[in-house]
Design a binder for this molecule. Structure first.
Ligand code: UDP
Ligand code: MN
Length: 355
């Protein structure tokens, strides 16, 4: 069968302002390649991304677009969110400047694609999925937009005059596209296009029922997949407690990272966490990334109980964790330490978990 036709004027776009977020971008890009996207892959980077990582980004992405950092400088509201780092997320607005494309899907670099999502290009600006924290707001980790210099200017003017109610891009975009909640259901992307971590502990029966449909996982919060520890002896991730990240999805992220990203990283050119991760040496052979299974087959397997990446075991584990959390407080919910653990992340570099 001939490979599907590539589409030149539509793109998936992400953003990285640092080498560590660039690692997320690399895994995200590989996750989209794996599911055979026919659209262009673009990463917007700021001058803070090192030369070493840029070269690697160049081998995965069709276009590296260097942009300036836009900072909300809104320390009061960001303080409310306990995420002073998020001012930088205004930099996302540069995606509206990519006018060589008719339509773009922006995705955070802490997302991972499990099934082909090219159908998102059938949606119009501004389409996004609800945020479970306040479902009349959308989550700005995945959205469909139409590049336009006019919209870009309007967003900047809006940022100066109105601002953001949470200090980040999500609080601004929800004010700017304020009709989203009430006017056009076509602009509500189904939740499966942006399944944020909270869903895993707030509605477990829904996860059991609909988990096979998930197309995009979003590792929200201050602790990102690359900050969890990884056991190089067993090839298993050791989830940090309290992040709400699903162990099976984290493992999937690390499988892609260890197989397709990490072997090409050069420790001589990288510093900080990226340098540390570049130096990881796997004692075990890496776990294979999950093969991309066609949608109908995935559903059939799910219904037969043959669940590959959200298996019965992992449900049991979550359930056990939830039970033990309820019985004895969050401290008890820690996974058992693994003896041969070679954690990649020094304690000092881990951010605190948002309560
Ligand atoms: N981002 C970045 N550098 C930063 C913070 C954020 O490049 O220091 C980009 C990155 O693409 C990230 C997105 O902005 O995925 C949104 O931030 P984040 O995912 O950390 O927010 P959350 O989803 O946790 O609210
Ligand atoms: Mn995110």
């Amino acid at each position: 069968m001939a490979p599907p036709q590539q589409v030149e004027d539509e793109a998936f776009v992400t953003l990285a302002t640092s080498d560590t977020y660039a690692l997320g971008s690399l895994v995200w890009g590989q996750s989209l390649r794996r599911v055979g996207t026919t659209r262009k892959l673009v990463v917007m980077i700021t001058p803070g991304v090192s030369h070493g990582i840029r070269q690697q980004l160049g081998s995965v992405f069709d276009l590296l677009e260097v942009v300036d950092v836009l900072d909300s400088r809104d320390t009061i509201n960001l303080g409310l969110l306990e995420r002073p780092d998020l001012g930088v997320t205004f930099t996302k607005f540069h995606v509206w400047r990519l006018t060589q494309f008719k339509k773009c899907v922006f995705m955070d670099s802490d997302t991972m694609v499990l099934q082909n999502i090219d159908e998102l290009f059938e949606r119009e600006e501004f389409s996004a999925a609800p945020d479970p924290g306040w479902p009349d707001c959308f989550n700005s980790g995945v959205f469909v937009l139409q590049p336009s210099l006019q919209t870009y200017q309007n967003l900047l003017a809006f940022a100066m005059t109105v601002g953001s109610f949470d200090g980040g891009d999500q609080g601004l975009l929800n004010l700017y596209f304020k009709d989203w909640a009430y006017t056009d259901i076509q602009k509500h992307l189904p939740f499966i296009y942006n399944v944020v971590s909270q869903a895993f502990y707030s509605y477990l029966p829904a996860l059991k029922q609909f988990g096979a449909n998930i197309k995009v996982v979003h590792f929200i919060g201050p602790v990102k997949p690359w900050m969890h520890k990884y056991n190089t002896a067993t090839g298993e991730v050791i989830p940090e407690p309290g992040t709400g990240h699903h162990g099976t999805f984290l493992q999937q992220w690390w499988n892609i990272f260890m197989e397709l990203v990490q072997p090409k990283m050069d420790p001589t050119y990288l510093s900080g966490l990226a340098g540390e991760l570049a130096s990881l040496k796997l004692d075990a052979s890496p776990q294979q990334p999950m093969e991309a299974v066609p949608e109908h087959e995935r559903r059939e397997r799910w219904e037969r109980g043959q669940v590959d990446y959200l298996g019965e075991d992992s449900f049991q584990k979550i359930q056990e964790r939830i039970d033990s959390t309820l019985q004895s407080g969050p401290a008890q919910a820690q996974p058992k330490p693994v003896d041969k653990s070679k954690g990649a992340v020094p304690k000092a570099s881990r951010k605190h978990v948002r309560k």
